[in-house]
Write a protein that binds this ligand. Sequence first.
Ligand code: NI
Length: 404
Amino acid sequence: MFEKLDEIKVFRDPIHSYVKVEYKIIWDCINARELQRLRRIRQLGGAFVVYHTAEHSRFSHSLGVYEIVRQLVSENRMIHDALSEYDRLTVMLAGLLHDLGHGPYSHSFEAVTGVSHEEITRRIILEDSEIHRILAAASPGLAQDVASVIDKTHPNKVLSQLVSGQLDADRMDYLLRDAYNTGTTYGEFDIARILRTIQIHDDKFAVKESGIHSVEDYIMARYHMYWQVYYHPTARSHEAILHAMFRRYRELLENGHPSIFEPIDSFMTGKEISLEDHYRLDESCCNFGIGQFMNCDDPILADLAQRLVNRHLFEYRDVTSIEDVAYMQRKVEEAGLDPRYYLLQDTASQQPYVPYHKNKEDFIYVLCPDKEVRELSKCSVIVSALLNAEDKKDYKMYYPKELD
Ligand code: NI
């Protein structure tokens, strides 16, 4: 039913060796402008200020997620046989397209605009776009089916779990890819073994008991990558300044300041965002805007922008009590600075594996030799120890170095 290419196309990839494309519809989606745009969005936002080689794009990650799903649905016999060709294509497309809606430096930008990348992803797939036309031409309901796998409303829950669950293609790819591109080794685990030992059992995913050690490794990889890379305090300092800079710009616009960087104005003012607005705003465009801010007449905006460009990031300190913040606030004010922009706070906390998530489908299950299916922490000493440990929390404040 789905047309195949005359010959299989391959992309070389440092994580999966090759990303293989057999179906024409996958090839066409890769070549659509909305997916090509992801070449211009970094996967790790501002982490490159800490890990200088972390410049890989969301395009690479999207191909990687597609490849993991492809391997699961075509090389894992049990999963292959449990799904129709239509469902296999649907879930491969969902893997490829799941991050379409990301903007530049997505987390800090999203936090200011309130426009979620999930919502934009959905709109690109369902509204008028090159991707939508490719999907609609292949089969009338396909775009809706792909969108519902991504937002987890598809009736076949296994499809959504393949793309995003607790042991999913999205997370497996980003952990390995981010570890590789940051040069950290904590994120490594034996993905080939996990992919071989995953099975579908009563409509849920279960790993054969022989795969349990590679799953434990994956859980530990998650734990280490969060603390070493995703929650690195210097990267968070960069993110906090970006966030403050966008907030400042929004405030200027609200107070009648003329536009300084028009491509982000509609995001700042809560206007209806068109898909064209979204396509235009990639990281090169955003970085140009930061350059415009650097030269503007508002000293706060210009200073925050200059700090980002020249990597004059804020210093940080743990917050252990409310007095810590009050003390720093006085210092910031004494220096003549506005604490709304020069005293920033955030909290990072992480549970490496959440077994009692509100969504039972997100459990990781193990298929034991007695043919019973049990939740992972019941079978793994390591995972149960992690669960009983207290949640690790990290509450920090950020302020200009000169004040230290
Ligand atoms: Ni992703």
